[in-house]
Design a protein around this ligand. Sequence first.
Ligand code: AP5
Ligand code: MG
Ligand code: ZN
Length: 210
Amino acid sequence: MNIILLGAPGAGKGTQAAIICDHLKIPTISTGNIIRAALKSGTEMGLRAKSYMDEGKLVPDEVVIGIIKERLAEDDCKNGFILDGFPRTIPQAEALDKMGVVIDRVVDIEVSDEEIVHRLSGRRVCESCSASYHVTFNKPQEEGKCDLCAGTLIQRMDDHPNTVNERLNVYHEQTEPLRDYYAKQGKLSVVSGEGDISEITRLTLAALEA
Ligand code: AP5
Ligand code: MG
Ligand code: ZN
């Protein structure tokens, strides 16, 4: 099954993708995580993306489309995948269609802007495996340490309050129109992203079975 998780920055796409990919035994592809890994290893693409990312702006379409093309060609995507953070613009969605990638279901995780600001200010991410935690809503077993790989938890550069507002503006202007795009294709399900993480997982899995 080929799945897209849509939603604002901080809606819980990464959190849900990590749980669902385990259930369905398919990989999660997060363009944000791929770009951050490239930046960490100092590749040219990573360095080019840095200024956009740090300001809360989108990395140019041709860069992320290139990343996705390469990643989807890998063997582990043959039985399906979850896209987290891609597509984020209409041209990116059109590029997927042009590649002949058939998307089965798009789940839009809805969270209010106000709640997003709370979530991102308290988010901590694992430096090694990118798992997401929250200082009050989703604490790791041991403070500052990843439950999954024991990596160190850090705060993302773009989780700074001013950058969060810019990311929200970009989301409303450029990403929200994708809801209509996929609704017209009959592929969109909307779930509430507020409440217990396990309840949101239940709603998401139900939407995938529908
Ligand atoms: P990316 O890494 O994709 O960031 P994002 O979309 O801004 O989303 P986040 O990772 O911030 O949020 P999430 O929905 O995964 O939430 P999470 O599960 O962590 O992209 C970063 C940047 O890369 C972009 O700004 C852009 O520059 C570039 N980029 C990436 N893809 C691109 C593309 N396709 N095109 C162009 N540029 C691209 O949860 C958030 C927090 O809330 C966590 O602390 C979590 O523990 C907590 N939480 C989760 N669920 C709940 C709940 N139910 N209740 C309470 N707290 C919760
Ligand atoms: Mg994420
Ligand atoms: Zn980890």
